[in-house]
Design a binder for this molecule. Structure first.
Ligand SMILES: Nc1nc2c(ncn2[C@@H]2O[C@H](COP(=O)(O)OP(=O)(O)OP(=O)(O)O)[C@@H](O)[C@H]2O)c(=O)[nH]1
Ligand SMILES: [Mg+2]
Length: 655
């Protein structure tokens, strides 16, 4: 089957578990294209933000475009921290191909699986690059076997290592059957196939072809008839199987030492699909109409708001309208460096400035804008935040707005119940970075504490109270007498006010004043919390034709309620949440222990739909026990476990 070659504006995304070497590979690939990167001396282009430098990790994606063999390539390097996965989620969809970078350790299988799952769900063709192959005593066979457990599709090994002693010194490409010797800092040199790996090469090549033949009848027939397929046949099959997401090719090398990089780059060049395929996946037809998918937002100091987007179709000139407005500039990206360009075509990645209304995830055309339809993930961790310096509190909302605009997995709101500004996100690392950015970019020192719990209180007993409010201080007096029956209601029934006044002892016009007084008293019950689930009935009272007033009845109502509540055996209530924890099944018992250790109740368990080997444990856990729940779940599940939560009910705090 002949394969049409891709257009020359392609994008490869690098993703994968934390610290696997994605940013190092990002620079190595750029260096391989001839871009000016001081590769080999630590990162020189990627991770240039103060936060990334301070933590020696990627804190946001790195994007750079370069040219290779006359084609334009953009690389998007995503952070690996599990708390910053939103960046990967947002960028994945614009990539023609993804390279999942993983360390050569079998223990990484679960972390790898979550990336492969994400890519499968997004329908993005991907390959695996096993990095750090400069380590000793590596067995690609054992790794492949372990990693296969992470993939729904067959992993197809594309090269095998040449070992000398306990180190890998080169590789043999299984399609071209050529051997390369790795030399640090230099391009690998072509060598003769070493004798001692000939048998292994034949075996590995046969395995590769068998995997491919499962999806290609032509190839299968040739193998059955013992006909050796041509290299062109193999390359075509590989390209087709990869773009249809049927197989996952596996490469290895060392990003730091530059080994296996040219091989990887060539595979990307020959096998990555076209922008047309990517556009179609995003529901955009390849025609003259301009469509741009926005995959990142940055508030870049004096440059203002910058939206990174990929042109999916049509072509753009600087000054053209998008989403009904004119971007103030259009640039190509090389890390944080933006170089103004006069035009862009389908496949290009561009940075558009000052598109204030546009958000990450938007699909924009000349005068339309479609927002993303996938909601951002639910928050898993929260902090109450407060500026420390007087006057800064007015600057906080705008700074926060910009940071939230950059990361849809963050949210913030003022909690009326506790009087706190609460910042929510995916974990303590992500929220810590927000605080650092508030300080570094906006000069705001913000302190953070565990958010207060919105406790409530209610009562256990019914109490009847009569209160006369009377004041005589010259002129009109104040007179109002009420008898209230205050009784508990079932949980969740909230507040109810009624009256059973006979004979007009309390005139109708004062009923709502009494109710207002009752509500005044319910704001803070005897234990200091908002009172809920209480019924109050105005049963009796007295009025005075001259001295009675709304204020007098309001005060009487409030006083009677206070006295009744104090005598009604009050109880503190705490919020309890539904919590659905999803983890690979080997962690179920650890999760059960975590739930019970947090005063939680396990409600049930079921297999997670579409996630082989994963379970979802449904439970109810008090909010007071949930602050660091995500940290503990991650620590027992190699970082992959997560949960969804929503408020369910209030329950009595047992003392
Ligand atoms: N031995 C070895 N170490 C490497 C290699 N590539 C990267 N490293 C080291 O691995 C660590 C992480 O490298 P990065 O490139 O920052 O990894 P990353 O995947 O981008 O990290 P995050 O974005 O924070 O997830 C650094 O200490 C690198 O020096 C490699 O090929 N071999
Ligand atoms: Mg990185």
């Amino acid at each position: 089957m002949a394969t049409t070659r891709a257009s020359s504006q392609r994008t490869a995304l690098l993703c994968g578990p934390y610290q696997s070497g994605k940013s190092t590979l990002f620079e190595a690939l750029l260096a391989a294209t001839g871009a000016h990167v001081l590769h080999g001396q630590g990162l020189s282009l990627a991770d240039s933000s103060p936060e990334a430098k301070a933590h020696s990790m990627s804190t946001e994606m790195n994007v750079a475009s370069s040219a290779y063999s006359g084609e334009s390539w953009t690389f998007i390097d995503c952070p690996g921290s599990i708390e910053l996965t939103q960046e990967t989620r947002d960028a994945i969809c614009v990539a023609d191909i993804a390279v999942v970078v993983v360390e050569p350790e079998e223990s990484k299988v679960l972390a790898l699986a979550s990336y492969l799952k994400m890519l499968d769900e997004a329908g993005v063709p991907h390959l695996v690059f096993i990095n750090k192959f400069d380590k000793k005593n590596l067995s690609v066979r054992a790794l492949l076997q372990a990693f296969q457990g992470a993939s729904e599709h067959p992993l197809v090994l594309r090269e095998i290592p040449i070992h000398e002693g306990d180190v890998v010194t080169g590789h043999i490409d299984l399609v071209s059957e050529r051997a390369f010797h790795w030399e640090e800092g230099k391009t690998s040199s072509l060598i003769k196939l070493p004798e001692m790996v000939l048998d292994r090469e034949v075996e590995a090549r046969a395995e590769m072809m068998e995997s491919l033949a499962d999806f290609d009848d032509g190839l299968l027939e040739k193998l059955l008839e013992d006909i050796t397929p041509s290299k062109t046949d193999l390359y075509d099959t590989l390209t087709n199987d990869l773009s249809s997401n049927l197989v996952v090719p596996v490469f290895f090398g060392s990003a730091e030492q530059g080994h296996g990089i040219t091989r990887l780059m060539k595979a990307l060049r020959h096998e990555a699909p076209d922008i047309k395929v990517t556009a179609e996946r995003l529901g955009v037809k390849a025609n003259a109409q301009v469509w741009v998918k926005v995959f990142k937002t940055l508030h870049a100091g004096h440059a203002g708001k910058v939206s990174y987007g990929r042109v999916l179709s049509g072509s753009l000139k600087a000054g053209d309208h998008l989403a009904g407005v004119r971007p103030s500039g259009m640039s190509k990206l090389f890390g944080r460096k933006m170089e103004l360009i006069s035009g862009a075509v389908a496949g290009d990645v561009v940075a558009l400035t000052k598109m204030e209304e546009v958000q990450t995830g938007d699909l924009i055309s000349t005068d339309s804008r479609k927002a993303r339809d996938v909601p951002p993930p639910t928050p898993l961790y929260s902090l109450a935040i407060k500026t420390s310096k007087r006057g800064d509190e007015v600057k906080l909302p705008e700074a926060l707005h910009k940071l939230l605009d950059e990361d849809p997995s963050l949210s913030s709101e003022f909690d009326d119940a506790t009087g706190e500004q609460v910042l929510r996100g995916q974990g303590d690392v992500q929220l810590g970075l927000v605080l650092e950015k508030l300080k570094g970019r906006y000069g705001l020192t913000v302190s953070a504490t565990t958010p207060k719990i919105a406790y409530r209180e209610s009562i256990r007993k019914t109490v009847i109270k009569k209160v006369r409010h009377k004041k005589q201080s010259g002129g009109h007096g104040e007179f109002g007498e009420v008898e209230l029956k205050v009784s508990p209601r079932a949980r969740g029934k909230e507040f109810k006010f009624s009256e059973s006044i006979r004979g007009g002892v309390v005139p109708r016009q004062y009923f709502s004043a009494v109710e207002t007084g009752v509500l005044d008293a319910m704001v803070e019950g005897p234990q200091g919390n908002q009172v809920v689930d209480v019924a109050v009935e105005l049963t009796d009272g007295k009025h005075h034709s001259v001295d009675s007033s709304e204020m007098a009845f309001r005060r009487a109502g409030a006083q009677a309620t206070r006295e009744a509540l104090a005598a009604a055996d009050s109880v503190v209530l705490e919020p309890v949440n539904n919590v659905k924890i999803s983890v690979p099944d080997q962690f179920i018992s650890s999760i059960q222990k975590i739930i019970t250790g947090r005063r939680g109740q396990i409600l049930g368990m079921e297999t997670k739909a579409g996630w082989t080997g994963w379970e979802e444990v449904s439970s109810q856990i008090p909010t007071a026990e949930m602050q660091d729940l995500i940290t503990e779940i991650r620590s027992v599940t190699q970082g992959v476990g997560s949960f969804e939560t929503s408020f369910d009910h209030l329950q009595e705090v047992l003392v």
